[in-house]
Design a protein around this ligand. Sequence first.
Ligand code: UDX
Length: 435
Amino acid sequence: MRISVIGCGYLGAVHAASMTSLGHEVVGVDVDAEKIARLSAGEAPFFEPGLVPLLQQSLASGRLRFTTDPAEAAGAEAHFIAVGTPQSADGTAADLRYVDAALDALLPILREGDVVVGKSTVPVGTAAGLAARLEGSGAVLAWNPEFLREGYAVKDTLHPDRLVYGVPQGAGGERAAAVLDEVYAATLAEGTPRIVADYATAELVKVAANAFLATKISFINAMAEIAEVTGADVTLLADALGHDARIGRRFLNAGVGFGGGCLPKDIRAFTARAEELGRGHSLAFLREVDEINLRRRQRMVDLVVESFGGRPFGRRVAVLGLAFKPESDDVRDSPALDVAVRLKGLGAEVVSHDPEAMGPAGRMHPQLAYAASAEEALRGAEAVVLVTEWREYRDLDPVATAALVDQAVILDGRNVLDAAAWRAAGWTYRGLGRP
Ligand code: UDX
């Protein structure tokens, strides 16, 4: 099938390459000429494991190309909208200008029977408005949310947990579902569950899933706050809770909390949308989820300040990690970067390291010092702060690391180190929500 993908950021670039690997002929369109040049050369504009080989294979097949000209999307049967929906500059709602612009670009080239497929995360009700704009074009709109995780984007796109199609009633809806079934034929053949729903349900699945995940993380971080005043250990608590199959252990890791380009903005946009709908009270708890999450960053900073007897000024702190999570170079709303910036703001001499995210972090915060290696960041440190749980940091040897630093004090913001082993090597170890 001929497919176009409008927007070649995280979602769109991965989607375009993945759809090519399923056998389709794909054109990726983006307004950013530099991004298009890099993708056309088989380079990924961001770090994502597995994307470069997939991109190169797909380009080599001759069935994938990238362009800045939306007219080249003409002739495709399915047009995916994969542009960003960031938090708006003047509030917490989602900024839909890129979605609107994508539809504007498609309108002149749509033919009878084409299917426009929204993948971007949007406030519930958006699809109905876009469908109204398509009236008279002969094209039909489907909403097909994406659940990919950064770091696993290729796997999540090719082998998703489920496929959700939001379609209208009647012949248009049947046409849309049939086209999507053809797009995802290989995925469906693996037995992937497929749920066909109305637009509103499809839009809600995405934000509800992210709201649930954010709530799960803030739940365990709230338990960490209780553990901190009772002497309990939140990691053991999570293990014990996780054995209950109804609860499950995943997403119960307490620490500096969630960040990234999705969870924080999605729960805020969802709350803003509920308020518009007169149901603000239904999602009032998400404000609490957000606040618990943001408090954990400050708790981390407070622990560092405490380790300096309340006087962090001029003290050297090694910050290990900048990305919002491992296997990503994304620093959007990153708790790790936030902790580094706050410590710097208190006058500490912060030296940061991250295996992948130092470029993006440096562009956003040139005032921070970035070390070429973890070893360089650690040398002479008076406190070590682990805020992104990269394998490289989890594997640090406490004895060898002690020889590098000035003061053997480690603050484990992700609760991933073996506290006993670090203490045995002479370290003062503190986790978040651990005694
Ligand atoms: C998320 C959703 O998982 C994905 O389905 C959706 O499509 C986009 O948003 P992503 O932003 O890539 O994906 O990250 P995710 O793996 O969900 O982690 C989000 C944040 O939560 C990270 O900062 C991570 O460090 C944090 N986290 C995760 C915790 O603090 N504790 C946990 O137990 C799990």
